[in-house]
Write a new protein. Structure first.
Length: 202
């Protein structure tokens, strides 16, 4: 019985030894030359060796040492005689500061973020342009009125008569056009709504 246990133990040791020979475990390290940065570019982290990184912030640059504690990246810096330790998590985007949640994007990840921002900005621009065209579009109702894309109805043409403000109000209140008799003088916001901003100055 004892001999059997000893044999099994020996086989386990040999198997374990073979595993480490066949599949050596390498110490974790970041890729030299890789640069990580915040979206606003206010701070960057550049890996300069398998144990050191250069951190730049607000025009100042200092070198820090790093290693791995489990799945976390530990960064140790000596700033003006004070030892500072920060931990980061490795993510698909880059490095995520454990305490603050700030993400330092790798070049590849940052390029994807910028491309997505550009795509969204273009979509927003097109949507605003479409809305603007709709706003300044008018449908002729064939009865002396036109309907704006916003739903407002306007008199198609004036009667070429200049009026003072009070007279203009009275004119609108007494107007019967297009089957409606509740016409009113537009305020400044309504007048601004018919300006076509997609066109240059006349």
């Amino acid at each position: 019985m004892s001999k059997t246990i000893t044999t099994k133990l020996l086989l386990t040791i040999l198997a374990t030894f073979y595993f480490f020979i066949a599949y050596p475990i390498e110490a974790k390290s970041l890729k030299k030359g890789e640069v990580y940065s915040l979206l606003d570019g206010s701070q960057t982290i550049e890996v300069i060796s398998n144990s050191e990184m250069e951190i730049s912030e607000k025009g100042q640059t200092f070198v820090a040492e790093y290693d791995f504690k489990g799945d976390k990246l530990r960064v140790v810096a000596n700033i003006m005689g004070t030892k500072m330790v920060q931990y980061y998590l490795l993510t698909n985007e880059g490095l995520k500061e454990e305490k603050t949640g700030k993400v330092y994007y790798s070049k590849a990840a940052l390029a994807k973020v910028r491309a997505e921002e550009k795509r969204r900005a273009e979509e927003k621009r097109k949507a605003e342009e479409k809305e603007e065209k709709k706003r300044v579009s008018f449908t002729d109702n064939g009865d002396g009125t036109v309907t704006q894309g916003t739903g407002l109805m306007w008199q198609k043409e004036d009667d070429n008569t200049e009026r003072e403000w009070e007279d203009a109000i009275s004119y609108c209140e007494g107007l019967s056009l297009g089957g409606y008799n509740d016409w009113r003088l537009p305020d400044i916001e309504k007048l601004k709504s018919i300006i076509d901003k997609t066109r240059g100055k006349p």
